[in-house]
Ligand binder design. Structure first.
Ligand code: ADP
Ligand code: MG
Length: 321
């Protein structure tokens, strides 16, 4: 059985050279190989830090491929950086494994490295232990204080947007759990296993938005986080909630339930002040990104209402006809 040192060298030390030989890549004074990493934070930037743990059977179905687990464990952390308006810089990886399975580790390492390379985030350390499968990543990003988007910054009459479409991952999970009614579509399972963190969208959104977060627990539950933090309410137009082609084909009440209350979307939910709306939408078009208006911040109400003035809540929606 290879030692822990060999395991780290084989699967996680992607540079294959001590970092001194590579020089200072993106502020890494010392990466993997010492007792701790040493990082140089540019004086003009703030350091943004986030941690997410994924446990087998809780945060991904047990049958999920190791390649997808690798991707998803980094993707959910990159999504948090996107939600803040920070550029990905570094991450650490703490992994607990029941056994040293070569095939599993190879696929996991490929999944995580493919996304790390794409997102230009560097693995700078971690921890490797034996036990039930769990992966904990701490991602670090950089941003100027002006770029940061806080949940507490939504203002009255801001326009509420989401990126892309909602509900596919929840539908994908229902398909895997064999409780999905309608035509099954692999694109939903793909969305569950390989969420795309919206760091590219974030770079644009942060130039115009007041508040932003990423949708991980469901649109209504996460919108509520912005509303509570900003002490405002919101009016949502249910007809404008963006649905994928796969969800447009199923019962629309069910599709809307996945989109409003299903988890694991990792799309951005953000608010744009009206005076920025036109320039923002032009920039979105120019960059070929997809952002859709779903409602308006309203400080004269509390909680979430539909345009028909019905009360909307994640809990209530399950009983909503
Ligand atoms: P220590 O016992 O001093 O904490 P470790 O043996 O745990 O050190 O780790 C040795 C080096 O390998 C450290 O630089 C650590 O950050 C890195 N490392 C350990 N596990 C991982 C991992 N899963 N991914 C990336 N780097 C790791
Ligand atoms: Mg040590």
């Amino acid at each position: 059985m290879p030692s822990e040192f060999d395991l780290i060298q084989t699967y996680f030390n992607w540079n294959n050279k001590p970092s001194e030989e590579i020089g200072l890549i993106k502020g890494v004074v010392k990466g993997i190989g010492d007792d701790a990493a040493v990082l140089q934070v540019p004086s003009s930037k703030q350091l943004i830090v986030t941690t997410d743990t994924l446990i087998s059977g809780v945060h991904f179905p047990e049958q999920t491929s190791p390649h997808a687990i690798g991707h998803k464990s980094l993707a959910v952390n990159l999504s948090d950086l996107a939600a803040m308006g920070a550029d990905p810089a570094w991450f650490t990886l703490a992994i607990t494994l029941p056994e040293q399975n070569k095939q599993w580790l190879t696929a996991f390492s490929k999944g995580i490295k493919a996304l790390a390379d794409k997102a230009e985030i560097q693995l700078i350390g971690g921890d490797t232990t034996k036990g039930p499968l769990s992966i904990s990543i701490t991602a670090m990003g950089l941003a100027t204080s002006k770029q940061l988007m806080m949940r507490a910054s939504a203002k009255d009459q801001d326009t509420i947007y989401v990126t892309n479409t909602l509900g596919d991952a929840a539908a994908g999970l229902a398909m895997l759990q064999q409780c999905f009614e309608g035509k099954e579509d692999d694109s939903c399972i793909e969305q569950l296993d390989y969420p795309i963190p919206r760091n590219q969208e974030s770079k644009l959104i942060r130039q115009y938005a007041n508040a932003c977060l990423d949708i991980s627990d469901g649109f209504l539950a996460d919108l509520n986080h912005i509303l509570k933090a900003s002490k405002v309410g919101a009016v949502i137009d249910l007809d404008s909630i963006p649905l994928s082609i796969a969800l447009q084909k199923i019962n629309q009440q069910q599709a809307l339930k996945y989109a409003l209350t299903g988890g694991d979307d990792y799309e951005l939910l953000f608010t744009i002040p009206q005076e920025n709306q036109k320039t923002f939408e032009n920039a979105v078009l120019k960059e070929n990104l997809i952002c859709k208006v779903v409602g308006t911040i309203d400080s004269s109400i509390s909680g979430i209402r539909s345009t028909q003035n019905e009360v909307l809540s994640a809990e209530g929606y399950n009983h909503f006809k």
